[in-house]
Design a protein around this ligand. Structure first.
Ligand code: NAD
Length: 352
């Protein structure tokens, strides 16, 4: 076996249908007394539910989380936490809300209790992102890793079926790239394979019945494992392309991951055969790239960049941006092949 480094994550996970009822106990355990509750405007009702559960330990609600954490919102939330004399933040929502909690923690070291309601996985990572003047800067800092994560599948029942599908495939992308990461390790590879398997089995059941709590639990469990992979090992071509596409054309986050993933896998397949074998096995398919495309198609997910809003005639520019900075990837970055990958993704062709 090759040498590897594995850093055990420092967060506590409380998992199970109805586990939100343990929130007060969890706040006690981190020694907090005044919690600022964070949400998006759309999830204000969930924030109010949390506030009601913790009663006078709630120091206030800040419900203005939005995608990509604009610096202005981060500043307002930090000020709200300071004025409320909060000693912890509770983030209930998806990656955008967790991201806002991280922006607060980055400056104040305030512990975060994350209550994820999508499958994005941000709650398992020390990665933060803040957008200033249209540019999203990301970084890693152990202070932003949530201290406690409560995974309650009941809270994901309201996630619309199509958003569940794309969010779940977004999670699988973390695991897939984790399997061929330069710093991959056997523990995270186990997480990755199991995470893909759980989501591949759970998502069709969620689509058939979004209220199926067992299926919701299976997906949230998969999302947790995939998020842990994202937090522990480096990502490669797929995440780089999605970051470029999302940032340059303002494309929706989870949908972009869903469309690009099969093509990024096809690109890397010749140089990462063991990762591809494990992805295919987890999907129950003959081939990783084709299997991922077929799963997305079966689940009614978008298959082309065109249909999710990428403008025509931009493939060359996008290939250039994606090649601007060097980064680790199993297969060397070749402009013509990346251009072909983007062309296939733009038109939604099944990888050969
Ligand atoms: P999101 O948090 O932006 O949520 C999308 C919408 O769905 C919001 O309006 C939200 O309120 C709503 N929503 C969430 N859960 C719901 C539920 N259960 N029922 C009904 N509505 C619900 O989307 P996301 O995909 O979770 O997060 C995307 C963001 O997270 C991106 O900015 C991405 O860059 C970031 N992200 C960061 C990391 C990291 O490690 N830092 C990891 C993954 C994603």
């Amino acid at each position: 076996m090759n040498e590897f480094i594995y850093t055990s994550p420092a967060s506590r996970v409380v998992f199970g249908a109805g586990s939100l009822r343990h929130l007060e106990r969890e706040i006690d355990l981190i020694g907090a007394r005044r919690a600022l509750v964070l949400s998006t405007p759309e999830q204000r009702a969930s924030a109010e539910q949390v506030a009601a559960m913790i009663g006078d330990r709630c120091a206030g609600i800040f419900d203005r989380a939005v995608m990509h954490v604009p610096i202005e919102t981060a500043r307002e939330a930090r000020e709200a936490a300071r004025q409320a004399q909060a000693d912890c933040a509770i983030a209930i929502g998806g990656g955008s809300t967790t991201g806002l909690g991280k922006a607060i923690a980055l400056e104040s070291s305030l512990p975060i209790v994350a209550i994820p309601t999508t499958y994005a996985g941000s709650e398992m990572t020390p990665i933060y992102g803040i957008t200033e003047a249209g540019l999203k800067k990301t970084g890693r800092d152990p202070r932003v890793l949530p201290r406690t994560v409560i995974y309650d599948p009941e809270l994901t029942v309201g996630l619309p079926a199509q958003l569940s599908v794309t969010s779940g495939i977004n999670a699988m992308a973390h695991a897939a790239e984790g399997l061929y990461a330069q710093d991959a390790n056997p523990i995270m590879s186990l997480f990755a394979e199991e995470g893909i398997r759980a989501l591949a089995q759970g998502l069709p059941k969620v689509l058939a019945n979004p209220h199926d709590i067992d299926a919701r639990g299976q997906c949230l469990y998969g999302a947790w494992l995939c998020g842990a992979v994202l937090g522990n090992v480096g990502m490669a071509l797929h995440h780089k392309l999605c970051h470029t596409l999302g940032g340059t054309y303002n494309l929706p986050h989870a949908e972009t991951h869903t469309v690009v993933l099969p093509h990024a896998l096809a690109y890397n397949a010749p140089d990462a055969p063991e990762a591809m074998r494990r992805i295919a096995k987890a999907l129950g398919a003959d081939d990783a790239a084709g299997g991922m495309y077929d799963l997305a198609a079966r689940l009614g997910a978008p298959l082309s960049l065109r249909e999710i809003g990428m403008p025509a005639g931009e493939i060359d520019r996008c290939a250039d941006i994606a090649l601007q900075n060097a980064y680790a990837n199993p297969r060397p970055l070749q402009r013509d092949a990346i251009r072909a990958l983007l062309d296939d993704a733009y038109h939604g062709r099944r990888p050969a």
